[in-house]
Write a protein that binds this ligand. Structure first.
Ligand code: NAP
Length: 307
């Protein structure tokens, strides 16, 4: 079985930053990615909130550049889906569809996906009116009417953010009370252009070439309503990609890896970086920061192991 100092699972900004730092420290590094480099970043059109790019940067380009930067120092990428992990021992084994690999340190960087509503055409309309990230895409809806689905902190933060950019902002929540603190509701009321649709769910996405509106239904009365809007922002939580870790690595009740700012999991030599880790803000820059910390912690772990 081929052996490396560090194996990184996941090729988003956390994974490739960890690969860069690990390889620059002189370690042999394998990064395993199941699809294409970049993760959620790779499928984002224009990224305006990653510093250093005054005109913004294409998500795909940034992904390829992060990959190239890590590979310049010798990190290897293999596009292979991981199927099983053995993380408890001193030597960790990573099984993929094709092969198996060993390392003394593993960095988990598989990320999280926004939860979908499950409506017909939702995937087809992604990037054409349906978005899962207000801070990424909000500016494309400047002056236009938009709807946000959800009642948690993300939905509220999105609504506040979009209320400053957009025309009318509809906040659609399935209950009559936000999951977010009530103080947030007051802020939204003060914004002046936010309308709450309580006890309501999104029923149907309306579209021509791109999204044109949304049909909602009240869960208590069955009454339906059609909203004209250019964008629907889905903020109904995230789903961390941690199914392979269950039973080995400690996860919280939502499935996120329990690991503090040093990215250390409950298992020695196993680190978690990026969106799959418990954290207050999931952005490219926070994922990249985790990648740097996790690689540094892995390096220190490997040095301690040797002595
Ligand atoms: P969340 O807290 O899990 O809230 C998800 C919201 O979506 C809930 O209001 C939920 O409704 C609703 N929802 C879930 N599934 C739905 C579905 N299928 N259809 C319609 N609505 C659905 O997720 P989040 O807002 O993304 O926050 C994730 C974590 O990050 C939380 O711990 C949050 O506090 C934290 N966060 C913190 C901040 C901050 O500034 N402190 C900012 C963002 C996120 P119910 O309420 O009825 O369950």
């Amino acid at each position: 079985m081929e052996a490396f100092d560090i194996i990184i699972i996941g090729g988003g900004p956390a994974g490739y930053t960890a690969a860069l730092y690990g390889a620059r420290a002189g370690r042999s590094v394998l990064l395993l990615e199941k699809l294409a480099p970049g993760g959620q970043m790779g499928t984002t059109d224009l990224i305006d909130n990653y510093p250093g790019f005054p005109q913004g940067v294409k998500g795909f380009q940034l992904a390829m550049d992060m990959k190239a930067g890590a590979e310049r120092f010798g990190a290897q990428t293999k596009l292979e889906a991981v199927t099983a992990l053995e993380l408890a021992g001193d030597v960790k084994t990573v099984h993929t569809k094709k092969d198996g690999y060993e390392a003394r340190a593993v960095i988990l960087a598989t990320g999280a996906q926004p939860r979908e509503l499950g409506l017909p055409q939702e995937r087809a309309l992604r990037g054409r009116g349906v978005s899962y990230c207000a801070t990424c895409d909000g500016m494309f809806y400047r002056g236009k009417d938009v709807a946000i689905i959800g009642g948690g902190n993300t939905a509220v933060a999105d609504a506040l953010y979009l209320s400053k950019l957009c025309g009318r902002v509809y906040l659609i929540h399935r209950r009559d009370k936000l999951r977010a603190p009530d103080s947030q509701r007051v802020l939204l009321e003060q914004a002046g252009n936010v309308e709450f649709l309580w006890n309501s769910r999104a029923e149907e996405l309306l579209y021509a070439e791109r999204l044109t509106g949304l049909k909602t239904v009240r869960v208590d009365t069955g009454e339906s309503r059609t909203l004209d809007c250019a964008g629907v922002f889905v903020a109904v939580g995230q789903v961390p990609e941690t199914s392979l870790l269950a039973g080995q690595v400690e996860l919280d009740e939502a499935g996120y890896v329990v690991a503090g700012e040093n990215c250390q999991t409950n298992l020695p030599g196993v680190f978690a970086a990026g969106d799959l880790r418990q954290k207050p803000l999931r952005q490219i820059i926070t994922a990249a920061a985790d990648g740097a910390v996790a690689a540094q912690m892995a390096e220190e772990f490997l040095q301690r192991e040797r002595t």
